[in-house]
Design a protein around this ligand. Structure first.
Ligand code: ADP
Ligand code: MG
Length: 762
C-alpha cells in the first residue's frame, strides 16, 4: 500500500503577447517547497477583492515556468505515475485550468511539432518500452477514450469515421452494480499490443473529438476527455492477475461566469460555466475533510467515472495550468486555490489483484492429482493393468521435451505411477545406447575425451545459429511491415472524402483558402520534415539489408570453416585442435560487430517509424482542421453573398456583379466595416488570409490597413452584427455548383477590390 496526498504541480503558459504578461514570481528555495506568488495590481485588486490583497502565494510540489519543455513535464509528472501503474496501482493525471491555459497542450500535445507531443503519447511510448523490457510478466494493454459533454458520455474510439457531431458517437452510460462498482456501458476497450496501435487509437479519438466539435457546442472548452490505459499483468504460471488503470484527463475550462461580479464575490462565490466541474470541486472538498462519510460522486457523470481515481485507491496528480496574463490573474488565482484544496486529499493506493478462475481450476486439478498419486504411493496400492499405447506415446513426448529443455532445473514429471517411472528409465536407457552406436559410426572410431568435448560443443553452436536464424526471420518480418507502413500515403480518408464531394468552384476556393491559411506553413514544414525522415528511413533500410546479408555471409563462412576443421580432424585421424582457431575467432568478432550495427540501425529505424507515423497523423489532423475552418468560412461567404450581392438577391446568376463604381464602393464599405467590426486584422498588406478571431473561427482576407478604413472604424457600426447568420447545417455539403461558383466569384471580386484598395492607399 502506498499512502500519499494528491500531488499538485503548476505549469505556466507562455503569454501570447509579452506585454500582456502579469506579474508573478516563483520561489523554488523556500524550505524546498516551491511557491508561486501572483501579484494583483492595486487597481485590479480594488475592482473585485474586498480586503485589497495584492499578493497571493501558493505552494506546489513543483512549478514549471513558461520555458518548461514537454519532455521535462513528462519526466517529472507523468513518468512516476506511469511507473506505479506498471507496478499495478491505479493512477490519474488531470489538467485543470481555464480555457487556453494549456491543458490540451500538456495532456495531448501541440499539433505542430513532434517535440510538442504531450503526456499521452510519451506515456504510451514509455509504457510499451517498459513492457518490452520486462519478460517476467505477461501484459495486456487496452485503451479507451471518453468525452463527457453536458452530462453525456461519448465513445471517441468509434471507428466508423461517420461522426459529424458528438451525438453521432455511441452514447456511454454509467451503471452501478450492487457493490457500488462503476461500469461504463458502450465505452469500447481496444486492445493495443504495440505503441503504434495505441497511438493510432489516440489519433482516432482526437480526430473524432475535433470533427464532433462545432463552434456551437464549443466542446473543447466545455467537455472533459478521459484517455485511459488499462494494464493487466500476470506472472507465468500464477493465477493472480493485476489490473491497473491510468486515466489521463483533460478537463473542461475552469472559467467562471460573472467576471464582472460584484466586488469581493468573484473569488469566493464562484459560479461555473460547467456544472460538472462544480461537482468535482464538491467531491474534492468532501474528500479533503477528514470525517466525511458521504462523498457526492453520483452528482455528475465525470465524478462517477473518476470515482475510484480521485481519492482512495489511486496515485493522483493534478497539473494546474496557468495563463498568467493580466486579464487572467483572477482565474489563475482560483485555479491555484482549487489546487491547494486538492493537495489536502490523502490517497492509499493498493494493488488491484484478482485470481483468474480458469488458472485457479487448473492449479487445483493438478494439486488433486498430485495428492492422489501421493496417496497411492503411501498405501502401496499399485495399478496392475499395462500402460496404454497413448500413455506410452505421451511419456515419450515428455521425455523428449525434458531432454531438449535447456533449463538445468527442469523436471520430468510423470506422477507417482511406478509403471510410468519404470518406462521412463527403460526409454532413457534405450536412447543412450542408440546414441553410443550413432556416435561411434560417424565422428570417430575412438571415443577420446576431446571428441566428447566436441559432442558437447556442437549442439551449442547449432543452437546459436538457430537463434540467429530466428532473429533474422523476425527482423525480416518487421522490416517488411515497416516498409508497408511507409508506403502509405499521408492523405487522410477525410480529405479524400471531402474532395470528392466538392464542386469545382468549391475546390478552387479551397485551394485559395489552403494556400493562404496560417496553418499551411506548418503543414509544409511537417511535409519537409517527413520527406527527410522518409529518406533517412530509406537509407537506413538499405544499410540494414546490407548488414543482414553480411551477417548471412559471415555465418556461412563460419560454418564452412567449421566443416573444414572437422574434416581436417577426420583425415588426419585426430581430434579438432584444442587451440582456438584464429580465423574463426576473427569471423566471430566480425559477426558480433555486424550484429551490433544491425541492432543500432534497427532501433533507429523503429524510432523513425514512430516519428513518421506521429507526423503523418499530425498532418492528417491539421488537414481536418483546415477543412472544418474552410466550411465555416465558406458558409460565411455564402451568407455575405446572399445578403450583399444584388446578383444573388435578384437570382440573376448571369449578371456579373461588382461592375459599377457604386457597387464597388458598396463592397469596399462592406470590407472596411467588417475589418473594424471587432475582427483583428493581421498581416501587412500582403493580401494573405489570416486567422483572425480564433474563438469565432473566422478566416478573413486581411487587407492592408488603409488609413481610410481605420478612421471609419471608430464611427461606423459593425456591419457584421446586422448580417443574419445562416446556420452551418443549412449549407449543403455538396453545394449546388452554380451557387458555389457565385461564391467563388464573390470572393475573387473582393480580393481584387482589396488589392486595388491597397495599391490606391500606397
Ligand atoms: P486549453 O486546452 O487549456 O484550452 P490549449 O492547450 O489548447 O489550452 O492551449 C492554448 C494554446 O496555447 C494552444 O495554441 C497551445 O498550442 C498553446 N500553448 C499552451 N501551452 C503552451 C506551452 N506550454 N508552450 C507553448 N504553447 C502552448
Ligand atoms: Mg483544450
Amino acid at each position: 500500500m502506498v499512502k500519499q496526498t494528491i500531488q499538485i504541480f503548476a505549469r505556466v503558459k507562455p503569454p501570447v503577447r509579452k506585454h500582456q504578461q502579469g506579474i508573478y514570481s516563483i520561489d523554488e528555495d523556500e524550505k524546498l517547497i516551491p511557491s508561486l506568488e501572483i501579484i494583483l495590481p492595486r487597481d485590479l485588486a480594488d475592482g473585485f477583492v474586498n480586503n485589497k490583497r495584492e499578493s497571493y502565494k501558493f505552494k506546489f510540489q513543483r512549478i514549471f515556468d513558461q520555458d518548461a519543455k514537454q519532455e521535462t513535464i513528462f519526466e517529472n509528472i507523468a513518468k512516476p505515475v506511469a511507473g506505479s501503474v506498471l507496478e499495478g496501482y491505479n493512477g490519474t493525471i488531470f489538467a485543470y485550468g481555464q480555457t487556453g491555459s494549456g491543458k490540451t497542450f500538456t495532456i495531448t500535445g501541440g499539433a505542430e511539432r513532434y517535440s510538442d507531443r504531450g503526456i499521452i503519447p510519451r506515456t504510451l511510448s514509455y509504457i510499451f518500452e517498459q513492457l518490452q523490457k520486462d519478460s517476467s510478466k505477461m501484459y495486456t494493454t487496452h485503451i479507451s477514450y471518453l468525452e463527457i459533454y453536458n452530462e453525456c458520455g461519448y465513445d471517441l474510439l468509434d471507428p466508423r469515421h461517420e461522426a459529424s457531431s458528438l451525438e453521432d458517437l455511441p452514447k456511454v452510460t454509467v451503471l452501478e452494480d450492487p457493490d457500488q462498482n462503476i461500469h461504463l456501458k458502450n465505452l469500447t476497450l481496444h486492445q493495443a499490443t504495440t505503441e503504434e496501435e495505441a497511438l493510432n487509437l489516440l489519433f482516432l479519438g482526437d480526430t473524432n473529438r475535433m470533427i464532433a466539435e462545432t463552434p456551437m457546442n464549443q466542446a473543447s472548452t466545455r467537455s472533459h476527455c478521459i484517455f485511459t490505459i488499462h494494464l493487466s499483468s500476470k506472472e507465468p504460471g500464477s493465477a493472480t492477475v493485476r489490473h491497473a488503470k491510468l486515466h489521463l484527463v483533460d478537463l473542461a475550462g475552469s472559467e467562471r461566469v460573472a467576471k464582472t461580479g460584484v466586488g469581493g464575490h468573484l473569488l469566493t462565490e464562484a459560479k461555473y460555466i460547467n456544472l460538472s466541474l462544480h461537482y468535482l470541486e464538491q467531491v474534492i472538498i468532501a474528500l479533503s475533510e477528514k470525517h466525511r462519510s458521504h462523498i457526492p460522486y453520483r452528482n455528475s457523470m465525470m465524478t462517477s467515472v473518476l470515482r475510484d481515481s480521485l481519492g482512495g485507491n489511486c496515485m493522483t496528480t493534478m497539473i494546474a495550468t496557468l495563463s498568467l496574463e493580466k486579464r487572467n490573474l483572477d482565474e489563475s488565482i482560483s485555479t491555484c486555490r482549487f489546487a491547494q484544496r486538492v493537495a489536502l486529499i490523502k490517497n492509499e493506493a493498493v494493488l488491484n489483484e484478482e485470481i483468474d478462475p480458469r488458472l485457479m481450476i487448473k492449479r487445483l486439478q493438478k494439486e488433486i492429482q498430485e495428492l492422489k498419486d501421493e496417496l497411492a504411493m503411501v498405501t502401496g496400492e499399485q495399478r496392475t493393468e499395462a500402460l496404454t499405447e497413448a500413455e506410452l506415446l505421451q511419456l515419450e513426448k515428455l521425455i523428449t521435451s525434458f531432454l531438449e529443455d535447456q533449463d538445468p532445473e527442469s523436471r520430468l514429471e510423470v506422477g507417482a505411477d511406478m509403471r510410468k517411472v519404470h518406462h521412463c528409465f527403460h526409454h532413457l536407457k534405450k536412447l543412450l545406447n542408440d546414441k553410443k552406436i550413432f556416435g561411434n559410426n560417424t565422428v570417430s572410431n575412438t571415443v577420446s575425451s576431446e571428441s566428447k568435448d566436441q559432442d558437447c560443443q556442437e549442439p551449442l553452436k547449432e543452437e546459436e545459429y538457430r537463434k540467429l536464424r530466428d532473429i533474422l526471420k523476425q527482423r525480416d518480418n518487421e522490416i517488411s511491415i515497416l516498409s508497408e507502413v511507409m508506403k502509405k500515403l499521408p492523405l487522410s480518408w477525410f480529405e479524400r472524402g471531402m474532395r470528392e464531394e466538392m464542386s469545382l468552384g468549391r475546390q478552387e476556393a479551397f485551394e485559395i483558402f489552403k494556400r493562404d491559411h496560417a496553418d499551411s506553413v506548418t503543414i509544409d514544414d511537417n511535409k519537409q520534415i517527413l520527406k527527410q525522415r522518409f529518406s533517412e528511413a530509406k537509407a537506413l533500410g538499405e544499410s540494414i539489408n546490407e548488414a543482414r546479408s553480411k551477417i548471412g555471409h559471415l555465418k556461412e563462412e563460419i560454418t564452412q570453416r567449421h566443416i573444414q576443421q572437422v574434416a581436417l580432424g577426420i583425415s588426419e585421424n585426430m581430434a579438432v585442435p584444442l587451440m582456438p582457431d584464429q580465423q574463426e575467432e576473427k569471423l566471430r568478432s566480425q559477426l558480433e560487430e555486424e550484429k551490433r550495427r544491425y541492432k543500432t540501425m534497427f532501433t533507429r529505424l523503429k524510432a523513425l517509424k514512430v516519428e513518421i507515423e506521429h507526423l503523418q497523423l499530425l498532418m492528417d489532423k491539421a488537414k481536418v482542421k483546415l477543412q472544418k475552418e474552410f466550411e465555416v468560412w465558406w458558409a460565411d461567404e455564402a451568407t455575405n453573398l446572399q445578403v450583399n450581392s444584388p446578383a444573388v438577391n435578384s437570382l440573376d446568376h448571369t449578371k456579373p456583379f461588382l461592375q459599377t463604381s457604386d457597387s464597388l464602393h458598396e463592397q469596399s464599405q462592406l470590407f472596411s466595416n467588417k475589418s473594424s467590426g471587432g475582427w483583428e486584422v493581421q498581416g501587412q498588406g500582403t493580401g494573405r488570409f489570416d486567422v483572425c478571431d480564433v474563438n469565432a473561427r473566422k478566416i478573413l482576407p486581411s487587407p492592408c490597413p488603409s488609413p481610410h478604413s481605420q478612421k471609419q472604424s471608430s464611427t461606423s457600426t459593425p456591419l457584421e452584427d446586422s448580417i443574419p447568420k445562416r446556420p452551418m447545417s443549412s449549407i449543403p455539403l455538396t453545394g449546388d455548383s452554380q451557387t458555389d461558383s457565385d461564391i467563388l466569384a464573390f470572393i475573387k471580386a473582393r480580393q481584387s477590390i482589396l488589392q486595388k484598395q491597397c495599391l490606391g492607399s500606397n
